[in-house]
Design a protein around this ligand. Structure first.
Ligand code: AMP
Ligand code: MG
Length: 493
């Protein structure tokens, strides 16, 4: 059924080809976004629009707001809410897009395919008891963090725009409502596979697996066992992704299977945050009571999620169940090693190491242990290594650190690369700027409470080049004062 809604002309450059909507109809519900009262654009990502081949400059302010609110659909859109399931904090649940609508897949001038999704777009058949809406601050939060991830070089969904709806949403208090336009390689989740497996029979899961291969890993069509290869590829991508999270101090906060993407992008920014002082037990999320998704537990949780994915693929991996289980287990058991390899490769770069020595692992661990014991700032301590001297901070005037520093210097001497090359490597791998919580919260308050987006724009500008030491952004490097520390973050759903 075609949407009844008005569509904008394609002056913008939309090129929709909606392959997901061609899957069997149990994979989604067809419906348009629920219109909002008085949409107003508060932020647009012009650089991203340009890279997608979209020319938003042709739209008036009013047309832009109508587009990003879903009140008017772009030409070629075919709005659907995707069905999925998921394990949330270990418990299986039926979910689905309860407050999001996939407008369709846009093809860029280079032929790349991206989902265009509105988040906060109203109720769907999957809303359960939710209102289908989102509050402004959490949508801006996703915008900031996802764009920060992009700047840091960590695979992520992107944020194209945020509009306010002119409506209030009721949470603990009344809050301004908003809609985020999210761009993703796809929204196929581990939970989508769990949903398909629950459809019974091998058809649904095969359809989805074939689709995922076609869309993300087309080279696997020729693999000897494409479905086992699919599993392995997702494992590889997740090992690389989670390593990047740990290397940058990122804590996702809600690593449920419905929030893990088959493409290997970070997805669904809720109560996520970057840690300041190094502590592997850091948890920010107010709903993560047992620290299931704490910083250091993220690799284990990724592996747990991947095991749920593996279970859905068993019948495709081999018709003999025993053999399928053996193969899937082998694949899952390889995760820790794959993760570790990605992590140590990244850590060597953070320490300016081009070569590999067995003792590197100890060198790294000792440095982290020192940071933990001295509550040193994770980002700044690594960044300080690439400066000639440590800052004249009390934390760094330390005999243990001097001993470690001498060991590290000796290690650098044992490789033929110059110190200068090491410095460059380190500067490209130790960000000067991360979206520190207190600065994110400060920007969000100004935006959502006073309608002042200056701080947010400044923060985004700094996060655009996190590996450069620009004097005008120096301020963003300061860790929170005790009074500014953010201990908890909230989903805001
Ligand atoms: P999330 O915590 O954002 O990953 O969401 C988990 C599930 O809850 C997804 O199925 C969402 O679509 C759904 N959900 C979250 N917030 C709402 C809401 N306000 N209304 C309806 N569904 C929601
Ligand atoms: Mg989610």
């Amino acid at each position: 059924m075609k949407s009844q809604k008005k569509q904008t002309s394609d002056r913008v450059g939309w090129r929709f080809d909606n392959s997901y909507a061609r899957l069997p109809d149990y994979f989604y519900a067809q419906l348009p976004p629920v219109p909002v009262n008085a949409p107003q654009t508060v932020i647009v990502n012009h650089a991203l629009a340009e890279s997608l081949g979209l020319d938003l400059g042709v739209l008036s302010a009013e047309e832009t707001a109508l587009l990003f609110s879903g009140n008017v659909l772009p030409q070629g859109a075919q709005p659907i809410a995707q069905a999925y399931a998921g394990h949330q904090f270990g418990h299986f649940t039926m979910l689905g897009d309860g407050r999001a609508i996939l407008l369709g897949e846009h093809l860029t001038p280079n032929g790349e395919r991206f989902d265009i999704q509105l988040k906060g777009s109203g109720q769907t058949p999957f809303s359960r008891r939710g209102d289908g809406r989102a509050a402004l601050a959490p949508m801006l939060r996703e915008y900031i963090i996802s764009e920060a991830m992009q700047g840091l070089g960590i695979p992520s969904t992107r944020s194209l725009a945020v509009v306010t709806t002119g409506e209030q949403v009721i949470r603990e208090t009344q809050l301004p409502g908003a809609i985020l336009t999210r761009i993703a390689a796809s929204h196929i989740r581990v939970g989508t596979f769990e949903y398909a497996a629950g459809q019974g029979g091998v058809d649904a899961i095969k359809t989805l697996a074939d689709y995922a291969i076609q869309r993300h890993y087309p080279d696997l069509n020729d693999a000897e066992n494409p479905y086992l290869s699919l599993l392995n590829r997702v494992i590889d991508r997740q090992a690389a992704l989670i390593a990047k999270w740990l290397l940058s101090g990122f804590i996702h906060g809600v690593m449920n299977t419905d929030n893990m993407s088959i493409s290997g992008e970070t997805i669904d920014y809720g109560p996520c945050a970057f840690m300041d002082a190094y502590n592997p037990n850091t948890v920010f999320s107010s709903i993560d009571q047992n620290g299931r998704y704490r910083y250091s537990n993220q690799p284990q949780m990724a592996q747990w999620n991947l095991a749920r994915l593996a279970e859905t693929l068993l019948s495709l991996i081999d018709s003999a169940q025993e053999k399928a289980i053996t193969l899937a287990e082998e694949a899952i058991h390889a995760f820790p090693e794959k993760f570790q390899a990605e992590w140590i490769t990244g850590m060597r770069k953070k320490l300016g190491l081009f070569t590999e020595e067995t003792e590197d692992s100890e060198l790294i661990t000792d440095f982290l242990t020192w940071m933990y014991q001295h509550q040193a700032d994770y980002t700044n301590t690594f960044r300080a290594l690439s400066a000639e001297t440590f800052p004249a901070d009390n934390t760094f005037q330390n005999a243990e650190l001097e001993t470690w520093h001498a060991r590290w210097q000796a290690r650098l001497e044992r490789q033929s690369e110059t110190k200068e090359r090491s410095m460059h490597l380190m500067q490209a791998n130790n960000p000067a700027i991360i979206p520190r919580n207190h600065r994110v919260e400060e920007a969000l308050s100004a935006a959502s409470e006073q309608g002042d987006y200056t701080l947010m724009q400044q923060l985004l500008a700094a996060l655009d080049n996190p590996y450069t030491d620009a004097p005008e952004h120096y301020d963003y490097r300061t860790p929170p004062a005790p009074s500014e520390r953010v201990y908890q973050t909230f989903c805001g759903t």
